[in-house]
Design a protein around this ligand. Structure first.
Ligand SMILES: *Cc1c(COP(=O)(O)O)cnc(C)c1O
Length: 377
């Protein structure tokens, strides 16, 4: 059996260890130190817009904190994309609130601004104004932020951007994660850079960042003893883990470039195969990091389906994966309201994510190309 080609494996820079060793040597091994400060600083420099970044355990905990800072609580409602990973929606339930799932539009596969407005009008007509909007930039593709921001402002609902997959992506030149009141980043093992596991909350004011640090370190009041006036959380990133992040930040631009090259590779491989569309930016306003390259197969034209292609890859020890299964189809969210016209369902039926790692070799690409060419022969 040939080596396994993974969908999106971690890719170290080689400099992570020196940052970790430095933390061990200085005995700064918990939730304070130069690595946390340095990692947060380099993220804010990268994102621009003078943002303040709070490094956390995960993107999931970052979304939870953002919702808490909006005051989301029992029986509130929060709008989010149905076409996403469960972590976009789960933190809504941690607050005792209900997710309202919004369908995708066809261009970016992200939250449809029209379905979003319909949902808001329907909830308001039922006497309930949603508390927040969590908009996701799926696979690194920026959502239609102008349209979504316009709807959000019209109804005065705050926006959280789930940019877990979109570090390095921009919309009209502005970094994904910096549009909403809060942005969320993930450094999970499969993301464009990793800290082994980790996330961040992107803030626009020092007060918001200070509040995030406070809540993520058990909400200790200022006193010599342990004094608490709020419920806190143990969500802060450790200085060891942040050392991995500093090593990864040194190569972030290269990683984005490599992922975008994988997308170009697939555009080339599929250019003569009818009925297959490679997921690409609709126009120059959108710049995707192409965290995962994805295709949609029109079975009527291609006379092939995505499941058979997945199995053909597997046969050659190559990992591929169907697109996200929409949240409103998940058993755990069966009772949650959904607004849309089944765009995401169709994408789930016909779409496949392809190996997209920044560390694939020319040999790996050749193996992938051979499977594709043979399959569509
Ligand atoms: C990975 C991911 C998350 C969760 O990130 P963690 O850091 O693993 O908690 C949230 N949203 C989306 C869209 C993701 O892809």
């Amino acid at each position: 059996m040939q080596n396994k080609i993974w969908l999106s494996p971690p890719h170290m820079s080689g400099n992570e260890l020196s940052y970790i060793e430095d933390a061990l040597q200085k005995n700064w091994v918990t939730s304070q130190g130069e690595n946390i400060d340095g990692f947060e600083k380099s993220l804010s420099v990268f994102l621009k817009d003078n943002v303040k970044v709070c490094a956390l355990h995960s993107a999931t905990s970052a979304i939870h904190l953002a919702l808490l800072m909006f005051g989301v609580s029992l029986n509130d409602e929060v709008l989010t994309s149905t076409f996403s990973f469960c972590a976009s929606a789960n933190p809504i339930t941690y607050c005792g609130a209900t997710p309202l799932f919004i369908d995708s539009e066809k261009e970016t596969w992200n939250m449809c601004p029209i379905a979003l407005e319909k949902a808001i009008q329907d909830r308001i007509s039922k006497g309930k104004r949603p508390k927040a909007i969590i908009v996701v930039h799926l696979y690194g593709m920026p959502a239609k932020m102008d349209e979504i921001t316009a709807v959000a402002e019209k109804y005065e609902i705050s926006v959280i951007e789930d940019a877990a997959e979109a570090l390095g992506s921009t919309y009209k030149g502005q970094a994904c994660g910096t549009f909403g009141r809060f942005g969320i980043l993930s450094f999970n093992g499969n993301k464009i850079i990793t800290t082994s596991g980790g996330g961040a909350l992107v803030c626009h004011t020092q007060e918001d960042k200070d509040q995030a640090v406070f809540l993520s370190t058990q909400a200790r009041d200022n006193a010599p003893h342990y004094q608490h006036s709020h419920i806190g959380y143990n969500y802060r990133m450790s200085n060891i883990v942040a050392g991995i992040g500093r090593g990864q930040m040194e190569v972030l631009n290269e990683r984005v470039e490599a992922r975008r090259k994988m997308h170009d590779f697939y555009v080339d491989v599929f250019k003569d195969i009818e009925g297959v569309e490679v997921f690409s930016e609709p126009n120059e306003d959108y710049y995707s990091n192409h965290w995962l390259s994805a295709i949609v197969i029109d079975e009527k034209i291609a006379r092939k389906n995505r499941e058979d292609l997945r199995l053909a890859f597997l046969e050659d020890n190559i990992e591929s994966r169907p697109l996200w299964k929409p949240m409103h189809l998940q058993p755990v969210f069966a009772d949650a309201p959904y607004y849309g016209t089944n765009v995401a369902e169709k994408l789930f039926d016909d779409g496949l994510c392809l190996p997209s790692g920044s560390n694939l070799s020319d040999d790996d690409r050749l193996r992938i190309e051979n499977v594709i060419k043979e399959f569509f022969w």
